[in-house]
Design a protein. Structure first.
Length: 321
């Protein structure tokens, strides 16, 4: 267990009779980035809150270790090892960025001098020096998120939880945030990241778990997850029904879509495969009006695993006979 920053097995949590987490295993090696992906209401924040000791798991859950400490016997020690940036900002808008930082330093029992030094250093690192003396309510979304993370780092945690750190940020601010997260990783910090953005998990995470309806429906590297679902394809569209019919005869291995006058062929998207498809059409004197190549990405994985089929409400299930 020594090399696992987070080790949780059979995590369960219900609110009333609503089962939010239904036996979830989460194991994160030290110094890696783990991303928990899932649609709204999947239970991501609940998992973060349990692992960061803010709420307790249901009795009957397996053991949970964070930073090597058992949450049931030594939550205090676990707390000392972690930092949490919640989905909803912890920034107090009424006071300045600097005051927010000093408040955190106080909470971590740093001396006045040490607190000021740490605050100054982090404000500098997160490009907030100019804004430091202004009320945080005047900050942009990206600045607030940066301040949030800066506050999380005050206690120099070795494990940090980031719950949807880039939701609501514009593309530039998102990329800035990714850069910040990469720097944390370079420092050897373990990152537990939740997100609804697949490109974000693809970009940052060593391992990804997809949470849906309270269970992990898939887990692995981005590449492993992409391999779980049917591969890529080439789609050829025609405007002339006769050309479409001819092409369908020539490419008998293609899946036809009569309505759209389109043919779909499995393909790895390589130039060689594309050329062979086009050569076959060429030799029959047919030209497609539109060609598109689709390679599977995490979006496909996500939609396949968390789509309508994966979560049919009980009522509509009964209607399917
Ligand atoms: N304190 C609570 N009391 C009752 N139900 C709760 C509570 N906290 C969460 N839930 C329910 O648990 C489920 C999972 O919520 P959670 O916030 O963990 O999802 P999430 O994956 O973080 O969603 P989002 O992407 O919207 O942030 C939801 O149905 C939510 O309504
Ligand atoms: Mg959430």
């Amino acid at each position: 267990m020594s090399n696992l920053a987070i080790a949780a097995n059979g995590l369960r949590k219900s609110y009333g009779d609503k089962v939010v987490l239904d036996g979830v295993d989460l194991n994160v090696p030290e110094g890696t980035v783990f991303s928990l992906l899932g649609p709204n209401g999947a239970g991501k924040t609940t998992a973060v809150k349990i692992l960061s000791t803010l709420v307790s798991a249901d009795p009957g859950s397996g053991s949970i270790h964070v930073g090597g400490h058992d949450l049931s016997t030594d939550p205090q020690a676990a707390r000392a090892a972690i930092g949490v940036t919640g989905q909803f900002s912890a920034v107090d808008g009424l006071i300045t960025g600097e005051e927010n930082m000093l408040l955190m330093a106080d909470l971590h029992h740093l001396s006045k001098r040490e607190g000021r030094r740490t605050a100054a250093e982090l404000l500098e690192r997160f490009d907030l020096v100019e804004a430091a003396k202004k009320p945080a309510s005047t900050y942009s979304g990206g600045m607030k998120r940066r301040l949030d993370i800066a506050m999380t780092l005050v206690g120099n945690p070795r494990i940090i939880f980031l719950d949807e750190p880039t939701t609501g940020l514009d593309p530039r601010a998102r990329h800035n945030m990714w850069q910040i997260i990469r720097e944390l990783i370079t420092d050897g910090v373990t990152v537990f990241l939740t997100t609804q953005y697949l490109d974000e998990a693809d970009e940052l995470a060593d391992r990804i778990a997809v949470l849906n309806n309270g269970t992990i429906v898939a887990q692995g590297t981005a590449e492993e997850l992409k391999r779980l679902i049917p591969g890529g394809h080439v789609r050829l569209r025609f405007t002339d029904p006769a050309a479409y019919q001819n092409a369908a005869a020539v490419l008998s291995d293609a899946a036809p879509d009569d309505e759209a006058l389109a043919l779909q062929l499995p393909s790895d998207g390589s130039q060689r495969e594309l050329r062979s498809v086009l050569d076959r059409l060429d030799s029959a004197g047919i030209e497609a009006d539109e060609l598109s190549v689709h390679t599977p990405d995490l979006d496909d994985v996500f939609f396949t695993l968390t789509g309508a089929g994966a979560g049919i409400p009980a009522q509509s299930k009964e209607n399917v006979r």
